[in-house]
Ligand binder design. Sequence first.
Ligand code: SAH
Length: 381
Amino acid sequence: MTGSRPAAAPPPAVLQLEQPDRPGRRRPPRHLADLDVAGRRAAVAELGQPAFRADQLSRHYFARLTDDPELMTDLPSAQRAELAAALLPRLLTAERELTCDGGTTRKTLWRGFDGAYLESVLMRYPDRVTMCVSSQAGCGMACPFCATGQAGLTRNLSAAEIVTQVFAGAASLARGEVPGGPGRVSNVVFMGMGEPLANYASVLAAVRRITEPAPGGLGISQRSVTVSTVGLVPAIERLAGEQLSVRLAVSLHAPDDELRDELVPVNRRWKVAEVLDAAWGYAAATGRRVSIEYAMIRDVNDHAWRADLLGELLAGRLAHVNLIPLNPTPGSRWTASDPDVAREFTERIAARGVPVTVRDTRGTQIDGACGQLAAASRPVG
Ligand code: SAH
């Protein structure tokens, strides 16, 4: 065993905030959905084609929800292939699809151009359809109760790789493939794999593409888009300055630093008080209620005194608490709170006048519920 040394330990999560793509890895190919309208026209002009072809492509992709060049009959057939090759490369391939709830919850395992795996989940309810999307392949935040956190970060996704997940759900709904008849995606939550604010530029471009009216983008209301974060304070502050009205969710999970340092390791860098200050700054800038996410873990963070402390921290603020019964991940020693304990926890928060709801945990059977996304296959090489 001469010369064989254990691999260097990965850097602590706090050092992995802005992750460049791994050395030696190519960036995902450029795609229409990476570009704003002006950028698309410039890209088409580079091919020596008239700029209005960019608008035609945009209408096919964002309004008609097709990326099949054969169906774009208003484009001269000689140029279709060239335009598609330059602006509509296949970014993600569905490797596996799992459904439950009579087909109205669907998890897709996607394989990227370089073999990176990621997942998205479509959830159809009577009054809305929510797409839960990944912002990174894997995640570097290392929260010990989260399946994605255990696997580490593979790489950031491009804006178009994020938009593609929403596009796929929207196209499938439009084709009537989801039980309940043809429909639309009404909500997008960045609650799949990854820490969206550690991939800021791509996530912001994706939010713009998802929310711009068609044919600029998919035309989903900003108010129906939620960006969920572990609490990267500088990035929350930056997001507050973007003149957007997307909802911010903060994954708090503990009201005290001692426990939060363990449950959300990035808390060692930005403490509870700083994260909440940034959240209130976001609420003030946008007028939007911040969602405080709290996974209820039996005998770990579900004590009455923690409910009281949480209520105290949030009382009078533009905030709402979303309690999530823990979805135990394989090999974890933790489990969900006892229902009676969860009820008391809820009541103690509500007693401070803080709105509180318990999250419905769809997709548990297909490992598609909160915190369960952990692409079963790992990239090769
Ligand atoms: N990195 C972002 C978004 C991804 S996770 C964030 O942390 O907010 C989306 C939500 O699911 C977060 O609130 C996360 O803390 C929560 N979550 C993760 N693992 C979970 C689990 N095992 N059970 C319940 N919720 C979990």
